[in-house]
Write a protein that binds this ligand. Structure first.
Ligand code: SAM
Length: 239
């Protein structure tokens, strides 16, 4: 029962509706009720979100651009996207995560305290696993979700995300390198008792091959690291 799509997916859903929800809501939040490691992960993750916003806006303004945020978590990316006028679908396998994302989006986008977007459009929120997403979006983004997919399931997941995207697909993942693999083995990379799900690292070459198989190529690459957070960020476009 290791694989997403089999038992593993149920474990992931369960985790992100309960312990994982509590843990990650804190990490992705703003309060100081986090330990040193969690604070470090918060900083690393927020750099990933910044990098994504930069990559996306480098191509032009986001106003009216349709974006699917697959595995949106608490909305760390969906909310800034909506602030820039993007038309966002925010979806996640965890109902608790989606409810939290919607709550935060309402607070941040409808409070009127932000002058950036005078007529803020709330993201559309949906509880569903990304395999059941359909439709077409200008841009598809999937941040820090691949860590829940073993390589045997990752290709299918990447192919499905690419099929939803018309112009761009951004994915971040924990890179599999000799060094991180070793760290993971000795347990330093994922400390803490609430780390209840399995974590999978991915080699960039494997992700690239999965994209090539469905006719996509990597256009931009970024690496975000802090002491306990490691993410490779890639932007792919039709080849
Ligand atoms: N993308 C968000 C971010 O970067 O702020 C959240 C990242 S969090 C580490 C991973 C998220 O992926 C969780 O909210 C979890 O519920 C979601 N997730 C895991 N497997 C999923 C699947 N098969 N389909 C949709 N969401 C999934």
């Amino acid at each position: 029962a290791e694989e997403v799509g089999g038992g593993d997916k149920e474990v992931v859903r369960e985790y992100f509706n309960n312990n994982g929800f509590q843990r990650w809501r804190k990490i992705y939040g703003e309060t100081d009720e986090v330990n040193r490691v969690q604070m470090d992960i918060r900083i690393g993750h927020s750099k990933t979100v910044e990098n994504v916003m930069q990559m996306l806006t480098d191509d032009g303004p986001l106003k009216g651009v349709t974006v699917c945020d697959a595995g949106c978590g608490t909305g760390c990316l969906s909310i800034p996207l909506a602030k820039q006028g993007a038309v966002v679908l925010a979806s996640d396998i965890s109902a608790a995560m989606v409810a939290e994302a919607e709550k935060q989006a309402r607070e941040e986008l409808l409070s009127g305290k932000d002058e950036l977007s005078p007529v803020p459009v709330l993201p559309k929120f949906e509880v569903k696993d990304l395999e059941s997403l359909d439709g077409k979006y200008d841009t598809v983004v999937c941040l820090d979700v691949l860590i829940h997919y073993p390589q045997s399931k990752a290709d299918g997941m990447i192919a499905h995300l690419a099929s939803l995207a018309e112009n761009r697909l951004l994915i971040s993942f924990a890179p599999k390198t000799v060094y991180y693999d070793l760290l993971k083995r000795v347990g330093e990379l994922f400390p803490g008792p609430s780390k209840a799900t399995r974590a999978y690292l991915h080699a960039e070459a494997d992700v690239e091959r999965a994209l090539q198989k469905v006719g996509w190529k990597i256009r931009k690459r970024g690496l975000i690291t802090t002491q306990f957070y490691f993410a490779k960020l890639i932007e792919a476009v039709p080849a």
